[in-house]
Design a protein. Sequence first.
Length: 115
Amino acid sequence: MVVDELTDDEVNRIFRALADATRRDIVRRSLVFTLSVSELADAYDMSFAAVQKHVALLEEAGLVSKEQRGRERIVRADLERIRRAQRYLDHFEQIWRSRTDRLDALLAEDETTSH
């Protein structure tokens, strides 16, 4: 089962990290651009330390990694971890689509038998 691909603890960390709009934006930016923590901090109306904390939480969740490049710390999205989270969500989407399809079929059946 795909859901077993991530532990409950991993799922909790990932979705806790993604619950914040700034962190989601950092992930989005790190998917598109190669940015240092300083460059990320320039994009937000908050302190450098606050951005560092956001990046640290994303790193703890495994959604990004930091690489030392000279004096800078480069933030990169972890594509495999993001794919695993996507597969986790896809699994639940399939469950709910199946349930709504069955409900639609039951309602259609009920409608034809009541006429």
